[in-house]
Design a protein around this ligand. Structure first.
Ligand SMILES: NC(=O)c1ccc[n+]([C@@H]2O[C@H](COP(=O)([O-])OP(=O)(O)OC[C@H]3O[C@@H](n4cnc5c(N)ncnc54)[C@H](OP(=O)(O)O)[C@@H]3O)[C@@H](O)[C@H]2O)c1
Length: 327
């Protein structure tokens, strides 16, 4: 059986992208064959499609770290033909052919049954980016963040993780401050629930100082680099920053001072290897008490418009969530 797939090829160090017909028989081994209805575009997919060796080393390759669809074949009693499932993270779209295709075959341990309150479409408006925003907020709350802690800062706010974080935090009753490099998107961020908009320059002020005035009751950081540690220096006493991204750089200049004087915490967030039970718990939350209408975040993509969107996400120019329609 053949299906359509987005494919990245590498020839003599040069990468090219195309849409190809593939055969189901050529997919890797796994207990579940899935009819992918929706996928979504994440920054990591851009890294894979542009040959970042930290994400994908072998080409030709089909990226796509996210997929939601219907089980067509199951070799395990845990899933039945017709089940709606979500697959994010693990090796999907890295070395394993990913969700930018109408079919994937994966180990059953990578799949979560669709929680009540979500469907294949809404789960992919969230995708890995939305899931990661929720994982950050979940960890911040479990380490003591409440709406009384102070405003919560979100960096890279118009991006996938950032925009869902702004919306979710505001839904949960937090006051939200958003950092963006797109001043023309201030109204968009206010509509999502941000009450204060900061420029990247604002967020990077005071980089040379050991400490900054106490401002934030929590931080969701998607940027890394100098912005991350500047935000740590502005945390209120005992509060935490959840670090999930690297769009601004993988290194940050740091001292131990804020940890010693302000009792603050730096929390790591990984959505890839997070055990499936924990993934399931967060997806259930997103379909339940954390369910929000994200339809105004969606930019609909098709296999034909995907390549251009990949260029935009790598340039930091994407706003909200690119959702790939595969039906
Ligand atoms: N740890 C995990 O499991 C996990 C999961 C998902 C994503 N991530 C990471 O989280 C980050 C965001 O992912 P995403 O999918 O949300 O990407 P995205 O949609 O491209 O959003 C990133 C946003 O960051 C801002 N930005 C871009 N370049 C910047 C720069 N040089 N300095 C400061 N801000 C910059 C832009 O927003 P503004 O213009 O509004 O500033 C951009 O829209 C990526 O690094 C990704 O790898 C990690």
């Amino acid at each position: 059986m053949s299906f359509k797939a987005f494919r990245v090829e590498k020839e003599e160090g040069v990468f090219s992208r195309s849409i190809v017909d593939r055969e189901v028989e050529d997919l890797p081994a796994g207990e579940l064959l899935i009819d992918v209805q929706f996928s979504s575009l994440n920054y990591k997919d851009g890294m894979s499609a542009t040959g970042n060796p930290g994400v994908t080393r072998k080409f030709p390759h089909t990226p796509g770290i996210d997929a939601a669809g219907i089980v067509l074949e199951s070799e395990t009693p845990d899933f039945t033909v017709g089940d709606e499932v979500i697959v994010i993270g693990f090796d999907l779209g890295m070395s394993t052919a990913g969700g930018f295709a109408q079919r994937i075959r994966v180990p059953s341990g990578w799949a979560v049954k669709m929680p009540q309150g979500l469907d294949t479409h809404t789960s992919m408006i969230l995708g890995t980016a939305g899931f990661t925003a929720a994982a950050c907020i979940d960890k911040l709350i479990s380490t003591g963040m409440t709406s009384q802690s102070g405003p919560v800062l979100v960096t890279g706010a118009t991006g996938g993780v950032g925009s869902v974080a702004v919306k979710l935090l505001s839904h949960l009753g937090f006051e939200v401050a958003a950092v963006t490099g797109k001043p023309d998107k201030a109204d968009f961020l206010k509509e999502l629930g941000a009450s204060e908009i900061l420029s990247r320059e604002d967020a990077n002020q005071g980089t040379s100082k050991l400490m900054l005035a106490e401002r934030w009751g929590g931080v969701v950081d998607t940027v890394g680099g100098e912005m991350l540690f500047n935000a740590v220096k502005s945390l209120r006493y005992g509060c935490s920053l959840a670090a999930c991204g690297l769009v601004g750089g993988v290194e940050f200049p740091a001292t131990v001072i804020p940890f010693l004087l302000r009792n603050v915490n730096l929390l790591g967030i990984d959505s890839v290897q997070l055990p499936i039970e924990q993934k399931q718990r967060i997806w259930q939350k997103l379909g339940g008490e954390w369910r929000v209408d994200l339809s105004n975040l969606e930019e609909s993509l098709t296999l034909d418009t995907l390549s251009q969107a990949i260029d935009r996400i790598m340039a930091g120019a994407m706003v909200g969530r690119g959702v790939l329609h595969l039906r």
